[in-house]
Structure formats: C-alpha cells, structure tokens
Design a protein around this ligand. Structure first.
Ligand code: GAR
Length: 196
C-alpha cells in the first residue's frame, strides 16, 4: 500500500516541490501519495507551487495562537487525512511532544548540515561563514529536541571553489532535492507491511 504523506512547509517550498514531482512522476511514484501540503504561514510561496502541481493545500496559522491550539488543529487535519508520514520541508516550527510521540519515527526532516555540528536555522550561512569546503545534508527522524532526532542518512556537498553564500546554498539545495526523496523512499518502503 502506498504511504500517505503530509508535507509541512513555512516558506519557499523547493524541497516540497521536488518531493511532489517525484511522487507524481519519479522515484516516489510507487510508494507515496501527497495528501496535503500544510503551511503554518498564509503567505508561504510554496502553497501556490503546490496548488499549481494539483496538490491540496491547507493553512493553519501558528501566529497569534497558543501552541496547543495550533497543534490540535494540525492533528485533526493529519487524522482526517489518515497520514502515515509527516515530511517537514522548511517547516519553521518546533513540534511538541504531543505530536512527536503520536507520530514517533514517522516525522522526517531535512537539515542542511551535519546535525552533530550545527543545529537550528542558518546552516548554509554557518558553513559559508566558517569557510567550510563541504557540509553534510542530514535527513533525520524528528524527536522532542531541535535537530536532535536519530539520523537516517547524510550526504556530503562539496563547496570547493564556491565564493558566495548563494552558490553554497544553490549547491546544497541541488543535493537536498534529490537526496530527500531518495531517503524518503528508503524509509517508507522499509516500513511497508509493518503493522503499527
Ligand atoms: C532548506 O534548505 C532546508 O534544508 C532548511 O530550510 C530550507 C527550506 O527551503 N531547513 C532547515 O534549516 C531546518 N533546520 P525550501 O522551503 O525551499 O525547501
């Protein structure tokens, strides 16, 4: 059975777009369906991208709302859509233990650095500022901490010769877009047939 995924975004949504394209006509075609793209921000550019790709979208605004209230709405939507996996793609909110424990090992995130070396926002700025010649894109399960969950896979990006932050980010994103789908495929197919 294909796994039903929800992709959570807060902004541009380029990783979301890459995943949707792979679900529609690529490496994820046989194993996933994208049931919803959910944003916690009404003005996230990725929402329009998803709509143009024919994907259902939802906005549950986090701003001006208690975290518990926001998450109650998110959980209701995930349950209504019978979501198997929550895929975070530039989603800039920390999920509370209530959601994490409900979807343990079924929430996945991509982080543009080795989470053992750099956590939080601004990983490409960090790598560029330090003059790193490479970094490791990390796909990990989400736990109760910030970028502390079990690592599923990492892939190195070479920054040799990159002279601007834009170039560093561009090289990184190119790897993210292919790598995230590849790891998702591994995760959902490894869990196929396992009863929860
Ligand atoms: C991506 O580089 C993603 O790895 C990063 O935010 C960007 C979102 O871009 N995530 C984190 O830094 C999480 N700590 P996108 O909206 O175009 O996918």
């Amino acid at each position: 059975m294909k796994k039903r995924i929800a992709i959570l975004i807060s902004g541009r949504g380029s990783n979301m777009e890459a995943i949707v394209r792979n679900v529609q006509a690529g490496m994820l075609q046989d194993c996933c369906t994208v049931e919803i793209v959910l944003s916690n921000k009404r003005d996230a550019c990725g929402l329009e991208v998803a709509r143009l790709l024919g994907i259902d979208t939802a906005v549950i605004e986090s701003k001006g709302k208690k975290k518990a209230e926001f998450e109650t709405e998110v959980l209701a939507l995930l349950e209504e859509k019978h979501i198997d996996y929550i895929v975070l793609a530039g989603f800039m909110r920390i999920l509370s233990p209530r959601i994490v424990s409900r979807y343990r090992k079924r929430i996945i995130n991509i982080h543009p650095a080795d989470t053992a070396r750099f956590k939080g926002l601004g990983a490409y700025e960090w790598a560029f500022g330090k003059g790193l010649q490479s970094t490791k894109i990390t796909v990990h399960y989400v736990d109760e901490g910030v970028d502390t969950g079990p690592v599923i896979a990492q892939k190195e990006v070479d920054f040799t010769g990159a002279t601007t932050l834009e170039e560093v980010e561009q090289r990184g994103l190119k790897v993210e877009h292919e790598f995230y789908s590849r790891v998702l495929k591994q995760v959902v197919t490894a869990h196929n047939g396992v009863e929860r």
